[in-house]
Design a protein around this ligand. Structure first.
Ligand code: HEM
Length: 485
């Protein structure tokens, strides 16, 4: 009996294996017959595809493969066809010339946890729903004037953050800078979205679930839903007393729901909750990761740190703290942030895209519903693009170039490009510039246990974002003459 069940199982597996192999083969043959071929790529197993070639750091594995097979590759992630792009030229073809065809997102585990079943933006399929939510968020939540309206909140939070580090610095303590920055970004994000930072909810497990690290949990979704419901109810209650004032994102969304003047978008409580969850997921780890990497590079490169501090001394002076208005004058700090994002892109493949229709570009056939991975990490390290010192942290490479982060320069895409480009770019950059500038202006940093700059570990861990594997630890010393901050 046991034997026949086992036999049946293996027979089923064999038939399934053969069928999927045949389908893949027929599809490839059909392309070749029509004088189109799939982009080059390594030979893969029928069911597994090329998954066995991807380890803990798939952006590095795919970079190596692209050195052999070229800047456009075809691989399979199990049965899912995937197109891997590793050059600015191909990135431009997919994200600009044929942007519409590659503007969708696949239906993956992350989209079930975040974007609440694809109702919102981050992992939504391309279509009217995504377009409407994106328009609403861009105009009502992430516009320059909205970001500006939270300036005094950011100022106060960053001041308190500096004060707390200054107190720890008095006892020459080792500070966990990663945790500190993470908690500051979290506080500012919570205040902007929910109006308060004291009633925080730990969203980490749902992000872990989205990335496949955590366990699936219906109970967790219920708890988060309960948290959102309670906060929204409190805002509805408060609405009478604040008389049209918009203190945070929830106030804005509720007033739009009430007036229903959002043209095509019918805004209901479920969509509001989906938007809130997307905003949290997109804002928390991204700005933290960019800031911790930029600070790590500064600690690893004292020459560059010295130049940033000199610029701050000249532009801001030593008798006051940095203000957001100073940022346009901090040219060197800005190229330091660019250089850090080139070497440590927050999302090494952008967010996964999915092609909408079959398409042939430059003779290569790309089937519809292909996963599209733009390996910005590999593009950032390519000596053909960035010269032989591509691996080196050298901010001066940006001097005299017009390369910026807007998504028009395809060798540098920290916020993506095209229709799905990051709508929170301005907010993200504002937060990173302010936090980094303030920390470096107010403190000198020493590595713990007499560690030298060269010995600072720069390992990364792959997930939705690419943070440091080990938290950044350092001993700060307050460097401004003014004592009262
Ligand atoms: C420095 C910080 C940030 C970085 C480096 C960053 C980077 C990115 C990248 C690479 C993408 C994918 C783009 C693509 O597929 O072409 C993205 C998408 C997105 N980001 Fe950001 N981001 C940051 C901060 C933020 C913030 C603060 C918000 C909002 C509060 C935000 C909201 C979003 C959303 C909603 C999407 C999905 C857009 C869509 O699919 O239409 N991001 N971000």
């Amino acid at each position: 009996m046991v034997l026949s069940v086992a036999l049946l199982f293996f027979a089923f597996l064999f038939v399934f294996w053969s069928l999927s192999y045949l389908i893949a083969l027929l599809r490839t043959k059909k392309c070749i017959k029509g004088s189109m071929s799939l982009p080059p790529g390594p030979w893969g197993f029928p069911l597994l595809g090329h998954l066995h070639m991807l380890g803990d750091l798939p952006h590095r594995d795919l970079q190596k493969l692209s050195q052999k097979y070229g800047p456009i590759m075809h691989i399979r992630l199990g049965l899912v066809p995937a197109i891997v792009v590793s050059s600015p030229e191909w990135a431009e073809l997919l994200l600009k010339t044929h942007d519409l065809n590659f503007a969708s997102r696949p239906d993956i585990q992350a989209s079930k946890c975040l974007s609440r079943g694809r109702q919102s933006m981050l992992f939504a399929a391309y279509g009217p729903n995504w377009r409407n939510v994106r328009k609403l968020c861009t105009l009502e939540l992430l516009s320059n004037s909205k970001i500006e309206s939270f300036q005094s909140m950011r100022r106060e939070e960053v001041h308190n953050f500096i004060k707390s580090i200054k107190i720890a610095a008095e006892s020459h303590s080792v500070i966990n800078l990663t945790a500190k920055i993470g908690s500051l970004v979290e506080d500012m994000t919570f205040i902007m979205i929910f109006g308060a930072k004291d009633d925080k909810f730990n969203f980490k497990p749902i992000i872990d679930e989205a990335t496949g690290i955590g366990r699936k949990s219906k109970a967790l979704s219920k708890v988060i839903d309960g948290f959102f419901e309670r906060i929204i109810d409190e805002h509805v209650q408060d609405a009478k007393s604040i008389q049209g004032e918009h203190r945070d994102f929830i106030d804005v969304l509720l007033s739009l729901m009430e007036t229903n003047d959002t043209s095509e978008q019918h805004l209901d409580r479920d969509t509001i909750k989906a938007i809130l969850l997307d905003m949290l997921a997109a804002a928390l780890d991204t700005s933290t990761s960019v800031t911790e990497w930029a600070l790590s590079e500064l600690l690893k490169h004292p020459r560059v740190m010295k130049l940033v501090q000199e610029e701050l001394k000249n532009v801001v002076g030593m008798d006051r703290m940095v203000e957001e208005a100073d940022m346009t004058k901090l040219d060197y700090l800005n190229i330091v942030i660019k250089e850090s994002m080139r070497i440590h892109p927050v999302t090494p493949f952008l967010l996964p895209r999915e092609s909408i229709e079959d398409i042939t570009i430059n003779g290569y056939f790309m089937p519809k519903k292909s996963r599209v991975l733009i390996n910005t990490w590999a593009i950032g390290k390519d000596p053909k693009v960035w010269s032989s010192n591509a691996e080196e942290f050298y901010p001066e490479r940006f001097i005299g170039t017009k390369i910026d982060h807007q998504g028009r320069d395809f060798q540098f895409l920290p916020f993506g490009s095209g229709r799905r480009k990051c709508p929170g770019m301005q907010l993200g950059i504002t937060v990173v510039q302010l936090v980094l500038a303030q920390m470096v202006h107010c403190f000198n940093f020493e590595l713990p246990d007499g560690m030298s700059a060269e010995d600072l570990d720069m390992s990364e861990t792959f997930g939705v974002t690419l943070p440091r594997t080990n938290h950044l630890l350092a001993i700060p010393t307050y460097r401004l003459p003014m004592t009262d901050i």
